[in-house]
Design a protein around this ligand. Structure first.
Ligand SMILES: Nc1ncnc2c1ncn2[C@@H]1O[C@H](COP(=O)(O)OP(=O)(O)OP(=O)(O)O)[C@@H](O)[C@H]1O
Ligand SMILES: [Mg+2]
Length: 247
């Protein structure tokens, strides 16, 4: 007799958790914060202490066998001494829309996403000098990840939160990704993504030709092979930034 396959649970596109909803009896939802490829993030308050935190709920179809959530938690834990990353607290399981959902509790980061921050700059971009400051802050933070033989894996403008902006930047990265494969190649990919963030922050393709030579020395026309020859890790990039001669 032919076996009938068990019905696939409906794909969850959004968790739609309203403010006031209690999670795992311990946390109260304060509001929706953002969403991405892996899941949704809400601001929560721990009921026992009143402390505010963030919870990331993983979409089950992007978290088969809990692999995504577990890699994420382990990597954040391993890299807990890196100040550019959020601190992992604990994992919870909840029921939502008839399915078991894995939730990851972390620090809540106040600030503004780099993508939004750029939108209200003049011409929606940073002047080169400020862009270099941003890149240097990012490279210094990611350098500490690379020094531990790890990589971030998901560096883009929606994963960078600007906490403070003055003479320099204070930044947090809210996300991570585990790609598998060789670490050295993933570290190199981080370096490329950092340079891409800088390139976009100072205006992208539209303004590239008009930038001073130092920008071209860093961006290398976004050619991965040229970047890989010059900067193998965020540390190499940072060293270059700290010793470059301004022209
Ligand atoms: N700890 C946090 N504190 C404050 N805001 C956060 C926090 N974590 C995430 N966010 C916000 O929620 C959004 C989605 O979170 P996150 O990037 O972790 O989701 P994702 O599904 O992994 O996204 P991606 O598409 O980058 O993989 C972020 O872009 C950011 O705006
Ligand atoms: Mg993200």
């Amino acid at each position: 007799m032919k076996k009938t396959p068990s019905p696939q649970p409906a794909k969850i596109e959004s968790f739609d958790l309203p403010p006031g909803r209690i999670l795992a009896r311990k946390y109260e939802i304060l509001g929706f914060v953002g969403s991405g490829w892996q899941g949704e993030v809400y601001m929560i308050r721990e009921r026992a202490t009143g402390i505010e935190r963030a919870v990331k709920l993983f979409f089950p179809h992007r978290n088969a066998n809990d692999k995504t959530a577990v890699f994420y938690a382990r990597k954040l834990h391993k890299l807990r001494s890196c100040p550019i990353l959020i601190q992992y607290h604990n994992q919870e399981k909840i029921r939502c829309k008839g399915q078991d959902i894995t939730c990851l509790i972390s620090d809540f980061v106040e600030g503004e996403l780099l993508s939004e921050f750029l939108l209200h700059q003049p011409e929606e971009r940073l002047p080169v000098f400020e862009g270099l400051h941003l890149l240097n802050t990012l490279a210094a933070g990611v350098q500490q990840i690379h020094t531990q033989g790890e990589y971030h894996g998901d560096l883009h403008a929606d994963n960078v939160i600007i906490r403070r902006y003055g003479l320099g930047f204070e930044i947090k990265l809210v996300d991570l990704f585990h790609w598998g494969g060789r670490k050295r190649e993933n570290i190199q990919e981080d370096v490329f993504d950092l340079i891409r963030l800088f390139y976009d922050a100072i205006g992208g393709k539209t303004y590239y030709a008009g930038h001073p030579p130092i920008v071209k020395q860093i961006c290398c026309g976004l050619k991965k092979s040229l970047i890989a020859k010059k900067f193998k890790t965020a540390g190499h990039l940072r060293k270059f930034l700290e010793t470059m001669e301004w022209d």
